[in-house]
Design a protein around this ligand. Structure first.
Ligand code: ATP
Length: 305
């Protein structure tokens, strides 16, 4: 055994270069057992390469990783039954049905067919058991790939952008499934370029850009640390933008797009008092900072989805 026994993952100083591209540039992190951990960043940030190093699929140029107390590289057969790696949907075996795909994974891992059938039900695909994988919808295919990663009941699951390309309803359904997987006690590591998704699902996130981790922490902690302005909005017409500017002064940024009057400020009390005085609290919405704001603050630019 190596490293901290309570950690599902530790990484220390990982680096990986592809020709002129420094894809991973000194990544150190630690994920606790049972944690739901998100690696966030725009396309090309280095998330997949980092994940592949952790999974033992790629050798880092520098640095070390430990998974469940074991070194993932060189390929470590002791880890294989203990970790689950979600395959991209395109990596299914050709022309097999959903049931056959899962049964194949089950037999590769020496798991009984009953378990494969249970997994099919768990991800809501029993009805599509006889459908060829390439004929499944995007959401169904993602569910099948997650089922394949879970069929041997791994302690630690890696999911690389599991909801990319799904419609909002399919994304939400998948979030429920991911929460259940984590509630079973499994450690879940997910990469995503949807910041809202990370905020909702993850216990902790690491924000990555240009191969480096810019900040790691609980989404709420990162947002709070940012001290972003509160945005208060009411339907347009309740109060004019000019009056808001005159009455509230420079501490409040005022914008009106004809639908909403938005008042952004770090001291919301006078804004709420004014809206209350005007009887303009109907339809009031108050929004704090988001991970989007954290990203903007850390990188100086908006998040590129
Ligand atoms: N096999 C490879 N050969 C050469 N360059 C690569 C290879 N894999 C990734 N890269 C480059 O390394 C950088 C990091 O890529 P990586 O796929 O790790 O990022 P990512 O954050 O996962 O991006 P995405 O969200 O697009 O999957 C990118 O500039 C990418 O073009």
């Amino acid at each position: 055994m190596t490293g901290d026994d309570n950690a599902a993952i530790t990484a220390d100083g990982l680096r990986k270069r592809y020709g002129a591209v420094q894809a991973v540039d000194g990544v150190s992190l630690s994920v606790r057992r049972g944690e739901f951990f998100g690696l966030l960043g725009p396309n090309g940030a280095g998330k997949t390469t980092t994940l592949e190093i952790l999974e033992g699929l790629r050798e880092p140029d520098e640095g070390t990783a430990t998974l469940l107390g074991e070194r993932p590289w060189p390929r470590n057969p002791r880890l294989l039954p203990r970790i689950g790696v979600q395959l991209q949907a395109s990596a299914f075996f050709e022309r097999l049905t959903a049931r056959e795909q899962l049964a194949t994974f089950a037999s590769l891992y020496g798991v009984g067919l009953r378990r494969a059938e249970e997994m099919l039900a768990r991800v809501g695909l029993t009805e599509f058991a006889g459908t060829q994988a390439e004929k499944l919808s995007g959401g169904q295919a993602q569910r099948l790939s997650i089922a394949c990663a879970l069929v041997h009941e791994p302690e630690l699951v890696f999911l690389d952008e599991p909801t990319t390309g799904l419609d909002p309803q399919a994304r939400r359904n998948l979030w429920d499934l991911l929460r259940e997987i984590n509630a079973d006690g499994r450690t879940v590591v997910l990469t995503t370029h949807y910041l809202d998704e990370a905020e909702i699902l993850c216990d902790r996130v690491a924000v990555m850009d240009h191969g480096r981790l810019l900040r790691t922490g609980a989404p709420a902690a990162l947002i709070r640390e940012l001290d972003a302005p509160t945005r208060i909005s009411v339907p347009s017409g309740a109060l004019s933008a000019d009056e808001a500017r005159t009455r509230l002064g420079k501490a409040v940024e005022v914008a009106d797009d004809g639908v909403s009057l938005v008042l952004a400020t770090r001291s919301p009390a006078p804004v709420l008092a004014l809206l209350g005085e005007r009887g303009a609290l109907h339809g009031l919405e108050v929004r704090g900072g988001t991970l989007e704001d954290v990203f903007l603050h850390l990188t100086g630019r908006a998040f590129r989805e």
